[in-house]
Write a protein that binds this ligand. Structure first.
Ligand code: SF4
Length: 226
């Protein structure tokens, strides 16, 4: 399955720092710069899905290399097998575009679509990319649940909702793994720890924790909120 490319996004160079970083990023040993996607990574998945998973940004040698969110790095290696077990993906392997991965009832994107140095976008870069996040969400007609991975992605989703006049104060929506915030008229915003290698290796996020959350998200998407 190919990534759902939005052609207007692929050449975006609004963030000069990120464009400069990607232009000079040293490839992994054994690879060439030409082996890298090296530009904005579009979201992909089921456009009729009721769940949108929002990550932070492409990994420099993961999604920025393969061109598909969470594909080819530790965060995806942890996440996709669990998405498969929870019924959101047809397989647990996510290696490259064209590997046969198909998502069910789920669309995946990032709050920032270009890989940042040290996985840390600046506030200005979050803001610059927020219209693209808004476009991703607006293009999902059946959207019921936004699952934000990590505090930064969660905050960018909240910032977007505030800009849209959907919420007033961010402090009314504190981050915490498993917290749920149903908004009037939808969607339900759900927070999760990020599936980063660091969080997994330190035990902050376990397979059982993430699977439990995915099961809960499935119920919320089906309208079974109790
Ligand atoms: S992060 Fe977003 S706004 Fe910034 S250059 Fe990439 S696609 Fe454009």
């Amino acid at each position: 399955m190919s990534a759902d490319n939005n052609e207007s996004d692929l050449g975006c160079r609004s963030c000069r720092r990120l464009h400069g970083y990607l232009s000079t990023l040293a490839p992994r040993r054994g690879l060439q710069a030409a082996d890298y996607w090296g530009r904005a990574v579009p979201g992909f998945g089921d456009r009729q899905g009721r769940v949108c998973l929002v990550g932070l940004a492409p990994g420099a040698h993961g999604a920025n290399r393969t061109g598909r969110p969470f594909t080819g790095d530790g965060a995806g290696d942890f996440m996709y097998p669990l998405l498969h077990r929870a019924g959101f993906a047809n397989q647990g392997e996510a290696v490259e575009i064209g590997d046969g991965l198909v998502l069910h009832d789920l669309f995946i994107t990032n709050a920032v679509k270009c890989a940042p140095p040290e996985n840390r976008p600046t506030p200005a870069e979050f803001a610059a990319c927020r219209p693209k996040l808004a476009a991703d969400l607006a293009a999902l007609p059946r959207l019921r649940v936004v699952l934000a991975l990590g505090r930064e992605a969660f905050n960018s989703v909240l910032q977007l909702l505030r800009e849209q006049g959907r919420i007033e104060r961010l402090r009314d929506y504190p981050f915490g793994h498993g917290r749920e915030y149903p908004l009037p008229g939808g969607p339900i915003v759900v927070a999760s720890y990020h599936t980063s290698r660091y969080n997994v290796q330190t035990g902050r996020l376990t397979e059982a924790m993430f699977l439990t959350l995915l099961d809960r998200v499935r119920l919320l998407a089906a309208g079974e909120n109790d």
